[in-house]
Design a protein around this ligand. Structure first.
Ligand SMILES: [Zn+2]
Length: 213
C-alpha cells in the first residue's frame, strides 16, 4: 500500500500546474491545481508556488488519510522540496523521493490534459518526447488566441526573448508594463511592474471602482 504524489504541467507554457495523489490499494486518486497566476509576474520570482505546493499536497493527503504503515512516495522534482521537508515532520521515514512512473504519472498527466483542453487547446500527441515542439505548439496557439495569454506562464524569465511576452516582463517605450485587469481580464498598461499581489485594473474597471467609492 503506497500513496504516490506527482505533478504535471510545471514545464508547460499553458495553464498552472496539476498535483495528484494516487493510492494503489484500494485504488484512489485525487488532484488539485496551482493557479497559473503563481507562474506570472513577480509572484513567480518569489516562488510562492512552492508554498502553494506544500499546501495542496497536505490537503490531498488529508483526503486520502494515510494509514499508519503506508509509504508516501513523492516525485523527485524540486517543486516538492519544500513540501517534503514539511511532510517529514509528520510522516518521517515513510516519505520517499522517487521517479514517478506508471499509473500515478498517467493519471496526473490526464488531469493536466483535461485542464488545457478546457481552455480550447488540443495538445500534441507526442508532447512528452518533443518538449521543444510542444512549447512552440502552445506558443503558436497563443498567437492565434491572444486573449488566452492570461493562461500562460508569463513569469518565466526565458520568455522575454519572444516579442509576444515581452510587454509582460519589461517596460515599453512609454515606461509602462502590460498587465491583465484583475476584474475583467483585459490587457491594460500600468506604470509599475505588477507584483501579482496588488490588483491591477484597466481604465474601465478603475472608473467603476472609483464611482462606487
Ligand atoms: Zn477591467
Amino acid at each position: 500500500m503506497t500513496i504516490t504524489v506527482d505533478d504535471a504541467g510545471s514545464g508547460d507554457l499553458l495553464f498552472g500546474m496539476v498535483i495528484g495523489a494516487y493510492r494503489d490499494e484500494p485504488q484512489a486518486f485525487c488532484y488539485d491545481v496551482i493557479d497559473v497566476r503563481y507562474f506570472q509576474t513577480d509572484l513567480f520570482r518569489k516562488k510562492e508556488y512552492l508554498t502553494q505546493t506544500t499546501f495542496i499536497v497536505n490537503q490531498l493527503l488529508n483526503r486520502l488519510q494515510p494509514k499508519p504503515e503506508e509509504e508516501i512516495h513523492v516525485c523527485q522534482g524540486y517543486i516538492f522540496d519544500e513540501a517534503v521537508e514539511e511532510l517529514r515532520k509528520t510522516y518521517g521515514e515513510r516519505i520517499q523521493r522517487v521517479r514517478v512512473v506508471g499509473e500515478p504519472q498517467r493519471l496526473v498527466e490526464i488531469a493536466y490534459l483535461d485542464e488545457i483542453r478546457n481552455l480550447g487547446y488540443e495538445p500534441l500527441p507526442e508532447r512528452d518526447e518533443k518538449r521543444a515542439k510542444n512549447f512552440f505548439h502552445m506558443m503558436r496557439w497563443l498567437k492565434e488566441n491572444p486573449s488566452m495569454i492570461k493562461y500562460a506562464k508569463t513569469g518565466w524569465p526565458r520568455l522575454s526573448r519572444y516579442r509576444m511576452f515581452k510587454p509582460y516582463q519589461q517596460k515599453n517605450e512609454k515606461g509602462k508594463f502590460t498587465a491583465l485587469c484583475t476584474d475583467c481580464g483585459k490587457e491594460c498598461s500600468v506604470p509599475f511592474k505588477p507584483d501579482g499581489t496588488r490588483p491591477v485594473y484597466c481604465k474601465a474597471c478603475w472608473a467603476k471602482k472609483k464611482a462606487k467609492r
